[in-house]
Design a protein around this ligand. Structure first.
Ligand code: MRU
Length: 352
C-alpha cells in the first residue's frame, strides 16, 4: 500500500492517496512554501498536471493513475454499471494533459486494461489497488536504479544534473537524484552542480531543495555556466533523468539536456541517463518521432511573475529536447544498465 515510511523526506511524500482523494505537494510554490492541494476529480488531476502542480515523467504517470481512480469513482457514482464509457473519455482527457512524458500514457494504459476487465462491476477498489501498485513499483525501481547507477561512480567526484529528476519527479527517491543519493551515501559525491533550468527553475527550486534536505552539498548554476563548469575538470558525471527513451536509445529530457551532453562529450565527461522501463517507448523508433511539448512563450518572457523580455519580442519555448543515443554513456534502468544504448541493446533489455 502507498504508505510513506517515517524515514521518507517531504519530497518523498509529494503524491499521497488519503481518505479517497489525491493530495499533491504543489511544486509551483517550492521552496518558499510547502502547500498541498487535495483533488477529488479526474478533471482536477488533469489541470494539476497541465499547470505543473506535479511534474516529472514518473510522477505524472502515477498522478494520472490516481486521476483514473478518481474518474472511476465519479463515473460509478453517476452511472453505476454503465460507468465504463464515461470513464474512457476522462482517460483521454488525462492523456492529453502533457504530451512528451510517456509514463503518462503508460500509466493510463495499465489502468485502461484493468478497467476493461471490470467493465460490468464496481471497479473502484481494484483500480485503486492498481494505482497504488504503480506508485510502489516506481519507488522500488528508483531504489534499484540508485544502487545500480551508484555502482558506476568510482572515486569521489562532483556531478552535474539538469532539471529535477528527484523524489518530487517520481514516486519517491528519484531517478538521477536517486543515483546521486545512493552515491553520496557511499561517499562518492563531493558536490552536485544543479543547472537552474529556465524557465521553470526546477533545478534551482526543486533539485537544490531536495538535495539540501538530504545534506548533499549543492551549487546552483545558470544554465549557460554548465559548459564552463565542465571545463574545470572536477565533474566526473552528468546525471539526468528522461521523459521518454526511444527504441534506438535517443532521449527526450528537459530542454538544455542536449547542450549539456554535447559539452560533456567535448570535455570527456560521461553522461548517465537514469529512467525506469516505464519511460522506455519501444513503439517510437527514434527521438525525432517523440512529440515535444511547446508551452506558453510568456514563461520565457517573464521571470518570477515579472516581465523581463523586451516588449514586442516573441519567445520559443520547447520544454524538452532530444539527446541522441550516441551521446549517452550509460542508461540505467531497474532491469539493468545499458552501456552506449542502441536499438539492439534496448530490445534485448525489454525482451523483444
Ligand atoms: O517539465 P518537467 O518539469 O515535467 O520536466 C521534467 C524533466 O525533464 C525530468 O528530467 C524528467 O521528467 C525525468 S524525472 C525523473
Amino acid at each position: 500500500m502507498e504508505t510513506p515510511s517515517e524515514t521518507d523526506s517531504l519530497a518523498d511524500q509529494a503524491i499521497v492517496w488519503r481518505d479517497g482523494a489525491l493530495e499533491l505537494l504543489d511544486q509551483r510554490y517550492l521552496p518558499a512554501q510547502v502547500r498541498y492541494v487535495r483533488l477529488t476529480s479526474a478533471k482536477g488531476v488533469e489541470c494539476a498536471i497541465r499547470d505543473m502542480v506535479v511534474r516529472g515523467a514518473p510522477a505524472i504517470g502515477i498522478t494520472a493513475a490516481y486521476g483514473a481512480v478518481l474518474g472511476a469513482q465519479e463515473a460509478w457514482n453517476k452511472a453505476g454499471n454503465s460507468w465504463f464509457e464515461e470513464w474512457l473519455g476522462m482517460l483521454d482527457d488525462l492523456a492529453g494533459s502533457r504530451p512528451t512524458a510517456v509514463n503518462l500514457a503508460w500509466g493510463l494504459q495499465r489502468m485502461r486494461s484493468l478497467g476493461l476487465t471490470l467493465r460490468y462491476a464496481d471497479p473502484r477498489s481494484e483500480l485503486l489497488r492498481e494505482a497504488l501498485a504503480i506508485h510502489d513499483e516506481d519507488r522500488a525501481a528508483n531504489r534499484r536504479m540508485g544502487e545500480l547507477g551508484a555502482g558506476l561512480i568510482t572515486g569521489r567526484t562532483a556531478i552535474i544534473t539538469h532539471c529535477n529528476a528527484g523524489a518530487l519527479a517520481t514516486g519517491g527517491y528519484g531517478t538521477a537524484l536517486g543515483v546521486i543519493r545512493s552515491a553520496h551515501a557511499a561517499g562518492h559525491v563531493s558536490r552536485v552542480y544543479a543547472d537552474e533550468t529556465r524557465p521553470w527553475l526546477q533545478g534551482a527550486r526543486l533539485t537544490a531543495w531536495e538535495l539540501l534536505q538530504d545534506g548533499i552539498p549543492v551549487t546552483i548554476l545558470a544554465d549557460g555556466a554548465a559548459a564552463s563548469r565542465l571545463a574545470q575538470g572536477d565533474v566526473g558525471w552528468v546525471i539526468v533523468g528522461a521523459d521518454r527513451v526511444a527504441a534506438n536509445g535517443d532521449i527526450a529530457n528537459k530542454i538544455g539536456t542536449l547542450g549539456l551532453a554535447v559539452c560533456a562529450r567535448h570535455q570527456g565527461v560521461k553522461v548517465m541517463v537514469v529512467a525506469p522501463t516505464s519511460t522506455l517507448d519501444m513503439a517510437t523508433r527514434e527521438g525525432r518521432a517523440i512529440p515535444i511539448e511547446q508551452r506558453d512563450p510568456e514563461e520565457v518572457l517573464s521571470c518570477a511573475g515579472s516581465r523581463t523580455g523586451a516588449a514586442g519580442a516573441d519567445a520559443w519555448n520547447p520544454v524538452f529536447d532530444i539527446t541522441p543515443a550516441g551521446l549517452v554513456d550509460a542508461l540505467v534502468t531497474e532491469r539493468g544498465i545499458v552501456l552506449r544504448p542502441d536499438a539492439k541493446k534496448l530490445a534485448g533489455l525489454m525482451g523483444l
